[in-house]
Design a protein around this ligand. Sequence first.
Ligand SMILES: [Fe+2]
Length: 248
Amino acid sequence: MIRIAAVGDVHVDKDVVGRYRPALEELPDRADALLIAGDLTRHGTVDEAKCFAEEFGGLGVPVVVVLGNHDHQSDQQDELTRAIEDAGITVLEGSATVLEIRGHRLGIAGTKGFGGGFAGACASNFGEREMKDFVGTAERYADDLERALKSVECDALVALTHYSPVPETLVGEPLEIYAFLGCYQLGRSIDAAHAALALHGHAHHGSERGRTPGGVPVRNVAHPVIKQAYNVYQLLSDEVDTTLIGAR
Ligand SMILES: [Fe+2]
């Protein structure tokens, strides 16, 4: 069995440093790796990235992250990525990594993803150039995710995104903004690669649990949804979900 701790939307700036750390110190006893589903910072500055690295670096377990839309706010995503990688944290964008955990190979492929909506209520690749660019962006992120997922050989495969691959984990958000919270193309990629679990954030008012059309469990791990420093999920096990007490 592999145990994965996960959270998203931690939005670290100088005022947040220290808030997660007490629960994180216990993490190596509870999980084999920590995955963070984007929105690591508040405004995407390098200073905030350093705050994030201070809070989530040096934990004693591997930490793997994707960026979120907030991490793009200052157009410094490359510098921000470098600052986080300097702390020994793996940043995925259309790429994958494999972690060796007690004889098992855990594959993680990630992308920020993008919006566009879901079956019956999605943007279509038609008309103005701006609309084609919008939908094309969503498709490019989803295609990159699929390629990354299929590139790894592992015993358990996890898809890590910021935007949601399904509408079920958005329940609680206004219907009118679903199209800005995720897109069906991400779910299609996750199904095509037969991932064991998909983790995302971004939807602060959404719901924790959903499933892709192909049956892959999806978990919205946005901090305001899970209401603790991280949740723990199990792979190579009959049950994905665990009950974790005291990770606030
Ligand atoms: Fe977000």
